[in-house]
Write a protein that binds this ligand. Structure first.
Ligand code: DGL
Length: 271
């Protein structure tokens, strides 16, 4: 493995771009390969075994592209597959998890709300996170069916998306939380909308930046940081239809870098 190899990232769809933005900000010299598993999105409504299988297939693809580290830019896939991927692949693998620890640090009244997928909230990884860091917190967990689909459609400020958020934020607002955690990588694209809907003193936090710092740490420890002065490039793949992913990618990322292609067989089912 060499320092000029790319970083691989994946998510069920375009959500992981919120993590990739922070990685790009911190590591401008790195080449990045992003896979959106759009054909299988949303993961939040799949069985953990299926999410694990898709995560392994995509990690294999990224390994074949020469990735020096793989970022599971998805809370749901991290819950379902992170341990498995670490056991199966001889690569550093970085996962994401809802920012419970940061919420505990930021909350003054010790009441926090967590927006995430049902799979994330039901997972053992999440239970242990709350046990370790949420001891003195009242935690309001809120699964958010339908929200991922809105972001996948590029609807980050539509009335329908707003109506879903009003519904999902209501129980945590009623409980008086002073921190709202965006526990799914799709949701940071809805941050402006969430901010509009919560009281001004409520903090809205996600994990993009700490994950990017972790990626930087892993590369530094393994002597794999890209040579200084280099300008990083981006490649995008989807298991879905590139024509329908392209406009959303352009909206959320601001372009398609070196290109957007369909994930080749056998990594996706084809047309
Ligand atoms: N972006 C995802 C997460 O962080 C997956 C959402 C989904 O596909 O349901 O959980």
């Amino acid at each position: 493995m060499t320092a000029d190899a790319p970083i691989g990232l994946f998510d069920s769809g375009v959500g992981g771009l919120s993590i990739m933005k922070e990685v790009r900000r911190l590591l401008p010299g790195e080449d990045l390969i992003y896979v959106a598993d759009s054909q299988y999105c949303p993961y939040g409504e799949k069985r953990p075994a299926e999410i694990r299988e898709r995560s392994a297939v995509i990690t294999l693809f990224l390994q074949e592209q020469g990735a020096k580290v793989v970022v599971v830019a998805c809370n749901t896939a991290s819950v379902a597959a992170l341990e498995y991927l670490r056991a199966e692949f001889p690569l550093p693998i970085v996962g994401v998890e809802p920012a419970v620890k940061q919420a505990a640090l930021h909350s003054k009244n010790k009441k926090v709300g967590i927006l995430a997928t049902g799979v994330t909230l039901a997972g053992e990884r999440y239970a242990s996170l709350v046990e370790r860091f949420g001891g003195d917190l009242t935690v309001i967990n809120q699964p958010c069916p339908g929200l991922v689909e809105k972001v996948e459609a590029g609807e980050i400020d539509s009335p329908a998306t707003k109506a879903l958020l009003v519904q999902y934020l209501q129980p945590m607002q009623a409980a008086g939380v002073d921190v709202v955690v965006l526990g799914c990588t799709h949701y940071p694209f809805l941050k402006p909308l969430v901010r509009q809907l919560v009281a001004s003193g409520v903090q809205v936090i996600d994990t993009g930046e700490p994950v990017a710092r972790q990626v930087c740490r892993v590369l530094t420890e393994n002597n794999l940081l890209a040579p200084a002065g280099r300008k990083g490039r981006e490649w995008f793949y989807t298991s879905g239809d590139p024509a329908s992913v392209r406009p959303v990618l352009e909206k959320l990322w601001g372009g398609t870098g070196e290109g957007l292609a369909r994930l080749p067989a056998p990594f996706s089912r084809g047309e």
